[in-house]
Design a protein around this ligand. Structure first.
Ligand code: BES
Ligand code: ZN
Ligand code: ZN
Length: 503
């Protein structure tokens, strides 16, 4: 998708489709209250072109609601599309991101290949809205049907952002640039996640990461079994040993000269299970195919590094992705087996399907060894997190208030939804083993997402750490008006923003 900026009056924008946002200014809480529709433009020609249809009352400006006007009078555009942002009080940059996405997904199936979006006027920061529009448009252009041989590429060729000549052009340009970088990074992660297990082995994930790193000037090393043995990563190795596919320990480093000696060193650690059968504690057949997305946390870290390389925050970042395939076989780790993690801790493997925490244990420890003094991990770690929070919020766990405060700031910028869950020491007895230091599942089924987080906590020591359990949100089974079904790339934007808060 090409993006361009047009600082021209809206009526002269020559395009297949011109989109304008609308809000409902009514503050009445009553269900059937008449909406007070306002278009977010000061352009009289646009308002006039839409006024007749809007006066019919059929359009309520609900979030993602659309209204199409063909051959709008007085405009050069072939069509005018009005897109709702919902109630005016809730119409923020995040509503704009979704609405811009809605424009794209409205256009795609209708064969419209180039379009223009009017930057909203009113109480909107021009830079922030420009960024939200760029992000929403690029994220919405992604579709996951890559392997259909009759696939018609309906990608949008070009999107123009039409802004009034009086706005701060450099702020708009900077907003678009950021939005493009961040959304392309998220789509890059989605592309990796979308690949099936036979086309995304740990080795291939390592290659894709190395190619990305070479393209954007990042240092990248991809290690395998031998190095894991050298580092005594017994937990990671235990997961990998059941598969014929060798594991990959992917290490990507961003080292800006601008980072001051006392700025933190950030460690990003991702779960990269390219397929999770459950191992000997094998999963049921139903839905097992979904477990190709069990590397979504790892992909999020690779995607985040892609954006970090371009946004160039003044902070050093080390990303570690622990990639392996969790398979049953004659060589596989068995329930009851005892292994030693890289940190020296002994682990009783009660369930081989709790493999994510095993690989992350060694990844988190290694990140500290490499000098990281702020940690964040992302993983499709537990089904239990989706039982607890549904598919609206992902889980976030933190052992440090300051790191968590940085994360809440990051969420304001990213617009992603995470809900905090506890990692208090009272929960630790759940993972106490009678034969080893810890066991890899809880004594009971209760609080499964917390038990997994408690396990990880054993490997971060006193380093400020955040754990993102994205199992419930990494994959979307149904399309949304602004986003295709399939891999969502959740956490990529928040991780990027979290890193930037330390710059
Ligand atoms: N990869 C799964 C978690 C998962 C479930 C991700 C659903 C996405 C959707 C993880 O490795 C796993 O199997 N966890 C077990 C842990 C249990 C054995 C303690 C689970 O959640 O059931
Ligand atoms: Zn598992
Ligand atoms: Zn898993």
């Amino acid at each position: 998708m090409n993006s361009q900026l047009l600082f021209t009056p809206a009526p002269s924008a020559q395009t297949e489709l011109l989109a304008v946002f609308a809000v409902d200014n009514s503050t009445s809480k009553e269900k059937d209250a008449k909406p007070e529709i306002a278009l977010l433009t000061s352009d009289d020609a646009v308002k006039k072109a839409a006024s007749y249809v809007l006066s019919s009352g059929e359009f309520k400006a609900d979030a993602s609601e659309t209204l199409l006007i063909h051959a709008p009078e007085g405009l050069t555009a072939a069509r005018l599309l009005v897109v709702g942002l919902g109630k005016a009080a809730k119409a923020d940059a995040h509503a704009i991101r979704k609405a811009a996405g809605t424009v794209i997904r409205f256009a795609k199936p209708r064969g419209i290949r180039s379009l223009a979006i009017l930057a909203p006027e009113g109480n909107f920061d021009p830079g922030q809205s420009a960024r939200a529009i760029a992000e929403g448009a690029i994220l919405a252009d992604f579709d996951s049907d890559t392997y259909r041989t009759d696939r018609k590429d309906r990608s949008i060729e070009s999107v123009s952002l039409v802004a009034s000549a009086s706005v701060d052009k450099s702020a708009v340009e900077a907003g678009v640039r950021e939005g493009v970088i961040i959304a392309e990074a998220q789509n890059f992660a989605r592309t990796l996640i979308n690949e099936p297990g036979n086309r995304m082995t740990p080795t291939i994930l390592g290659q894709r990461a190395a190619e990305m790193a070479a393209e954007y000037g990042l240092k990248c090393e991809v290690h395998s079994t031998e190095k894991l043995r050298e580092l005594k990563m017994g937990a990671f190795l235990a997961v990998a040993q059941g598969s014929d596919e060798p594991p990959a320990l992917i290490v990507i480093q961003y080292e800006p000269e601008s980072a001051k000696p006392d700025t933190p060193i950030i460690g990003l650690v991702g779960k990269g299970i390219t397929f999770d059968t459950g191992g000997i504690s094998i999963k049921p057949a139903d839905n097992m195919e979904k477990m190709k997305y069990d590397m979504a946390g790892g992909a999020a870290m690779i995607g985040a590094m892609r954006a970090i390389a371009q946004l160039k925050p003044a902070v050093k970042v080390i990303a570690i992705v622990c990639a392996a395939e969790n398979m049953p076989s004659g060589k596989a780790v068995k329930p009851g087996d005892i292994v030693f993690a890289g940190s020296g801790k002994s682990i009783e493997v009660l369930n081989t399907d709790a493999e994510g925490r095993m690989v992350l244990a060694d990844g988190l420890h290694y990140a500290r060894e490499l000098g990281a003094n702020r940690l964040i991990d992302a993983a499709t770690l537990t089904g239990a997190v989706a039982i607890a929070l549904g598919q609206i919020n992902a889980g976030v766990f933190a052992n440090d208030e300051d790191a968590y405060q940085h994360f809440t700031k990051a969420l304001q910028a990213s617009g992603e939804k995470f809900w905090r869950l506890p990692v208090e020491d009272e929960y630790r007895e759940q993972i106490r083993s009678s034969i080893a230091d810890i066991q890899n599942t809880g004594l009971t089924r209760y609080g499964g997402a917390i038990n997994a987080a408690m396990f990880l906590k054993e490997f971060v020591g006193d380093t400020p750490w955040l754990h993102l359990d994205i199992a419930g949100l990494a994959w979307q089974d149904a399309e949304k008006p602004w986003l295709a079904k399939g891999p969502t790339g959740v956490a990529v934007r928040s991780i990027i923003e979290w890193v930037r808060t330390y710059s």
